[in-house]
Design a protein around this ligand. Sequence first.
Ligand SMILES: NC(=O)c1ccc[n+]([C@@H]2O[C@H](COP(=O)([O-])OP(=O)(O)OC[C@H]3O[C@@H](n4cnc5c(N)ncnc54)[C@H](O)[C@@H]3O)[C@@H](O)[C@H]2O)c1
Length: 351
Amino acid sequence: MSKQQEQRGEHTSMKMTMRLGPRSYDIILKRGSLGRLGQLADLMNRRVLVVTDDGVPAQWPDAVLAQCTRGYKLVLPAGEATKCFSQLEKICRTLLENGFTRADAVVAVGGGVVGDLAGFAAAVYMRGIAFINCPTTTLSQVDSSIGGKTAIDLAGAKNAVGAFHQPELVVIDPDTLSTLPPRHFANGLAEAVKAGLLGDEKLFALFEEGDAAGHIEEILTRALAVKKAVVEQDERDTGARACLNFGHTLGHAVESASDMGLLHGECVGLGMLPMITDKTLRRRAAAVLKDLGLPVKVRYDGAAVQGFLAHDKKLGSGDKLTVVRVAEAGSYYLEQLPLEAVQAMVGSGIG
Ligand SMILES: NC(=O)c1ccc[n+]([C@@H]2O[C@H](COP(=O)([O-])OP(=O)(O)OC[C@H]3O[C@@H](n4cnc5c(N)ncnc54)[C@H](O)[C@@H]3O)[C@@H](O)[C@H]2O)c1
């Protein structure tokens, strides 16, 4: 996107490049781009396995499949449980049985579950083959499709087994969101609100205007730009990428310790609120989340959430947790807090 386009507020299509040296790739956002993927990537001169799940309307993976000369499609069961060894094996077997080599490619068409799993299969099959990510949920379009993190879960531990495997290309078609259930649409936007609070005041202001669906391209573009800048500084998550955990420390504890059936983005939204140090901004952020249809009040078993925090994998020596705090929209700071201080924020609910 050019500076002039940005100033004019034009975000109908966008191309940015994730600059990671030899692992650099383009991120393309354009309505209808799934149906034109063959113009953006080679689907003719190699085998292509399109991986999707049975919650994704067939029209989206089939739009890609129709452009492949040697295309195969694998439809997995929808849901987090699919991020497991047996489904990973299924993908790898399909690749092997159909003669895929390192000259071929895997294309994910779906949400974060499909992207994480298919990306991991592409990372390990024959020690790594090309991966193209076509995310179809707001969560995967603003967050999980870029950054190269791929993984499956193990024994209840999320993303316990995985690899960094950068895609060859990310193609985001906002048209795919037309079939996404409203709850999932809002769920992913919590990560975009997070991006605004962390690094783009204008993005946060855009949410305050309301009508997120009407501004979806600009929201996706701005949120992606925030994450891209962070990933470029810290590809393998050893430093700067920690800021992306804003809202995740408490959010993850609430998500894991409660059985309220809340989605990930919903918990991240809730988890951000106590980490905003300025009262007025906290109220504004709560109003934005509420307007999106995301929960802003929740009651839970405080002891269970506190117990989960005590097992947070980010707990450093001396029982301190590094949390991400925001005092004004568009900037953040890291704070090391004793575990008890974070536990004290938990109480018996948020909001
Ligand atoms: N790799 C990363 O950096 C990263 C970051 C954040 C989250 N994640 C992972 O992302 C996953 C969550 O992703 P998600 O929220 O996209 O969930 P998801 O992939 O489970 O998708 C949610 C539901 O929407 C359906 N769906 C997908 N696209 C659709 C469409 N266009 N129309 C109708 N239905 C559609 C799916 O079938 C599924 O039922 C988690 O496993 C999480 O760990 C990864």
